[in-house]
Design a protein around this ligand. Sequence first.
Ligand SMILES: NC(=O)c1ccc[n+]([C@@H]2O[C@H](COP(=O)([O-])OP(=O)(O)OC[C@H]3O[C@@H](n4cnc5c(N)ncnc54)[C@H](OP(=O)(O)O)[C@@H]3O)[C@@H](O)[C@H]2O)c1
Length: 233
Amino acid sequence: MKQQPRALFITGADGGLGFALVEEFLRYDIHVFAGFYRSETGISDHRRVTPVDLDVSKPDSIRSAATAVARETESLDILVNNAGVHLEDKRVPLEELDLADGHLERSMAVNAFGPLRVIQAFLPLLENGRSRRIVNITSEAGSIGACRRDREFAYSMSKSAANMATRLLNNYLGPRGFGVLAVHPGWIRSGMGGPEADLSPAEAAARVAGIILGPFPEDGTIYLDQNGNSLPW
Ligand SMILES: NC(=O)c1ccc[n+]([C@@H]2O[C@H](COP(=O)([O-])OP(=O)(O)OC[C@H]3O[C@@H](n4cnc5c(N)ncnc54)[C@H](OP(=O)(O)O)[C@@H]3O)[C@@H](O)[C@H]2O)c1
């Protein structure tokens, strides 16, 4: 990045990767506007963290969050769409799924439509920024080309949709100087990833922050994993 970012906004900062990313960003001289879904944590006492209430599934909440941030700053350099849900029991096959339990709709609302709505609401602040970066934390689960799963429909389909949003937005906003990435953060020992996962939230956050703050790929890659490797759509 040519210039050090001054301020960014991140969703889903309550725990897991989001919380660890906030800690990571604080190692740099960056002001973090942190979207908290349920509860502010101790980190919101930090002088360079401004807590913002945010439910990314609710358009009113997103508008209020953008208004609250715009009261504090005229510009944001980076937006990180990190909030996400994985609502399904990974072991349940198609025949046993209750497709009326709301998980499909909720997953799309949080994982796919949420980031798009957040980007639209925060775009004026990002246009005033000096980095013009948007990073959507999606997942390898959203890759159709590399798909080996035979279940986890709601999560995987919602992450594929978020990947498509990334492509569309990169096409649309690229000519205005924006870079838009979809990043798989690795398998993380968070509430979502579970205790058997490969990476601690801090390890994943260090790698993902390196991508967010480092030079974006110049070869056209916009869907990548936590190590910077290109993923198949
Ligand atoms: N863990 C993995 O192995 C893994 C792998 C690939 C991709 N990812 C992606 O990485 C991102 C972070 O996941 P994680 O592992 O840190 O999971 P996590 O610990 O469950 O964290 C998800 C965060 O999103 C918040 N959230 C949930 N619903 C929300 C809503 N409607 N509005 C705003 N925030 C909401 C959660 O808040 P509460 O805690 O208060 O519910 C939490 O802070 C997600 O997008 C996930 O899909 C994770």
